[in-house]
Write a protein that binds this ligand. Structure first.
Ligand code: GLU
Length: 479
C-alpha cells in the first residue's frame, strides 16, 4: 500500500514556524516512500477565516520546496481541496450517520447548553453533552447542529510516535458534526476528507491526541478503516513549557524569508526540531532528509525553538552554497538584500563584495548593514578611530605617520591584488614595528569606518586602489 499524507492547515492567519513543521514530516515520508502528499485547506471555521492566508500557506510551502501532489493550484482526483467547497460531500456522509441512527439534530439552544455546563461545574462533574441528549430530537435539517450519537466504550490504538494508547468511555461525547451554519466541524470534515482522499497517515500536532477516541468512534460508525496516527510533538517557546505561539514572537515563515534566511536552512532547522536520525549530522539537504527521515525517530517530547541555532544553520548553508555552487549562485539569492546605495553598482562588483563577506553573514539582511562602505564614501568619524581598543594605544603623531607611510607604500604597488597587498602590509609591520592589531585596525577603520570588515587585504583589493588611497588620504588630512 502506498503512503498518502497531507498537510491540512486552516487559513486563519499567517503560517508560523510552529505550524509549518506539520507539513515537513508528512512531505518527507511521502517522498521517501514514493507516496503522495496532499495539501488541503480547512476553511470551515468562517469566523476565523483570514483573506490571503491560503496564498501565504501556498507561498510558504513553495518557498520551502514542499511541492504538493494534490491540492489547490495543482488540482487532483479528489478536488476540491478547500473544505468550504465540499459541503455536499460532508452532507452525504452525515446522511449515512442519520440513516444508521448515529446522528441526530440538536435542538438545544446555546443558553441551555451553557446552563448544563454550569450545573456540571457546580457539581464538579465533567460536562458531557451526551448526558443531556434530548429524548426525541426533531428531524434534522440544515440550520440545526447535527450531533454524533456516541456509543462510549474503551478504545486502544497505536500512535506511531506516542506508542500504545488507551482511553475509556468517559472521554467520548456527542460531538457536533455539522454546525448551524451548514459547515462541518473539523472533527467530522477531516475524517471524511482523509477517507475520501485515501490518507494513510494522519500526521498532525499532538493537541489532537486527546480527541482521537472520538475520531475512532466516528471511523467505526462510518465503517471506515483507521488510518495510522502520527502525533507530532509541539515546538516549545524559547522559555517555559508552552507551545511556541504568535505571542512568543513566532514569526511567519515568510518573514524569515524576508529577513534573509535561506529556505534550505529553514527546512533543515525545522526538520531537525523534534527529529534526529541518531547520528551527529546536523546539516541535511532536502534529499538527505528524505532519505534519512523515519517516523520512529520523531521525539515524543516538545522541541525548543532556538533562533540562535537557526541563524547558525543559515550561516552553514550560506557557506555551503558558496563552496558548492559558487558566488554566482549565492549572489542570485541576494538580490533584494543589498543596501540602497548599491543599486548603481554592477553585478561583478557586488559579487566581489559578497565573496569576501559571505562567511560573516548570519542572514542576507546583514548585507544592508555590513557593506555600505563598499558603495559610498564613509563618513570620517575620528572617535571611532581613536576609541578603538588597539588604535587608542597610538599617539596622534604616530597615527599620522603610520597613515603616511602606508599611503606611500601602497601607492607604489604595481599589482593591486590581495597577495601583493598582504606583502606590503607585512613589510609595513616590519618597518614600523607596530603590532598587526594596531596597524591593521587603523587602516581598516580609515578605509571603512565600519565596526567590522573582512580581511584587510581583501577589502582593499575589492575597494580598489583609488578608493583605498583617497580614503586614507582623507583621514590623514583630518587628523
Ligand atoms: N486544520 C487543522 C489545523 O490547522 C489541521 C489539523 C490536522 O492536520 O488534521 O490545526
Amino acid at each position: 500500500m502506498s503512503i498518502v499524507t497531507r498537510f491540512a492547515p486552516s487559513p486563519t492567519g499567517y503560517i508560523h514556524i510552529g505550524n509549518v513543521r506539520s507539513a515537513i514530516y508528512p512531505y518527507l515520508i511521502a517522498r521517501q516512500k514514493n507516496g503522495k502528499f496532499i495539501l488541503r485547506i480547512e476553511d470551515t471555521d468562517r469566523a476565523r477565516y483570514v483573506d490571503g492566508a491560503t496564498e501565504l500557506i501556498e507561498d510558504t510551502l513553495k518557498w520551502l520546496g514542499l511541492e504538493w501532489d494534490e491540492g489547490p493550484i495543482v488540482g487532483g482526483p479528489n478536488a476540491p481541496y478547500f473544505q468550504s467547497e465540499r459541503k455536499e460531500i460532508y452532507l452525504e456522509w452525515a446522511k449515512k450517520l442519520i440513516d444508521s441512527g448515529r446522528a441526530y439534530a440538536d435542538p438545544t439552544p446555546p443558553e441551555t447548553i451553557e446552563a448544563y455546563r454550569n450545573e456540571c461545574t457546580k457539581n464538579k462533574t465533567p460536562f458531557l453533552y451526551r448526558n443531556f441528549r434530548p429524548e426525541n430530537p426533531p428531524k434534522w435539517e440544515l440550520g440545526m447542529p447535527l450531533r454524533f450519537k456516541a456509543d462510549p466504550k474503551d478504545y486502544k490504538w497505536h500512535d506511531e510516535v506516542m506508542g500504545d494508547m488507551h482511553a475509556g468511555p468517559e472521554v467520548q461525547d456527542d460531538i457536533i458534526l455539522i454546525k448551524k451554519d451548514g459547515y462541518p466541524t473539523y472533527n467530522f470534515a477531516h475524517i471524511v476528507d482523509d477517507a475520501e482522499m485515501g490518507v494513510t497517515h494522519v500526521m498532525r500536532g499532538v493537541e489532537y491526541l486527546s480527541s482521537t477516541p472520538n475520531y475512532l468512534a466516528l471511523y467505526d460508525a462510518l465503517n471506515l478503516p483507521w488510518p495510522k496516527f502520527v502525533s507530532l510533538p509541539h515546538i516549545l517557546a524559547p522559555q517555559g513549557n508552552k507551545k511556541l505561539g504568535k505571542r512568543d514572537g513566532a514569526k511567519s515563515v515568510t518573514e524569515y524569508r524576508d529577513d534573509g534566511i535561506l529556505p534550505e536552512a529553514m527546512l533543515n532547522y525545522l526538520a531537525c526540531l523534534g527529529w534526529n536520525d541518531g547520528t551527529e549530522q546536523e546539516i541535511y539537504t532536502k534529499d538527505e532528509l528524505i532519505d534519512s527521515f523515519s517516523l520512529d525517530r520523531i521525539q515524543t517530547s516538545g522541541a525548543r525553538y532556538d533562533e540562535v541555532k537557526l541563524l547558525w544553520m543559515n550561516g552553514q548553508w550560506l557557506r555551503r552554497i558558496f563552496d558548492e555552487q559558487g558566488v554566482g549562485a549565492l549572489y542570485d539569492r541576494t538580490r533584494d538584500f543589498w543596501p540602497e546605495v548599491a543599486a548603481n553598482f554592477d553585478e561583478d562588483y557586488k559579487k566581489k563584495v559578497l565573496s569576501i563577506i559571505y562567511d560573516r553573514l548570519k542572514t542576507f539582511s546583514d548585507l544592508r548593514s555590513m557593506t555600505d562602505y563598499f558603495f559610498k564614501e564613509p563618513e570620517i568619524d575620528l572617535d571611532l578611530l581613536t576609541k578603538n581598543k588597539f588604535v587608542k594605544k597610538l599617539s596622534e603623531a604616530e597615527i599620522e605617520s603610520l597613515l603616511k607611510e602606508s599611503i606611500a607604500a601602497l601607492s607604489s604597488l604595481s599589482e593591486w591584488d590581495a597577495d601583493h597587498l598582504q606583502s606590503v602590509l607585512n613589510d609595513l609591520l616590519e618597518k614600523t614595528g607596530k603590532k598587526p592589531a594596531e596597524l591593521f585596525s587603523l587602516i581598516r577603520i580609515a578605509i571603512s569606518f565600519a565596526p567590522f570588515s573582512p580581511a584587510l587585504n581583501l577589502t582593499m583589493e575589492v575597494l580598489g586602489r583609488d578608493k583605498t588611497l583617497s580614503r586614507l588620504n582623507a583621514v590623514a588630512r583630518a587628523i
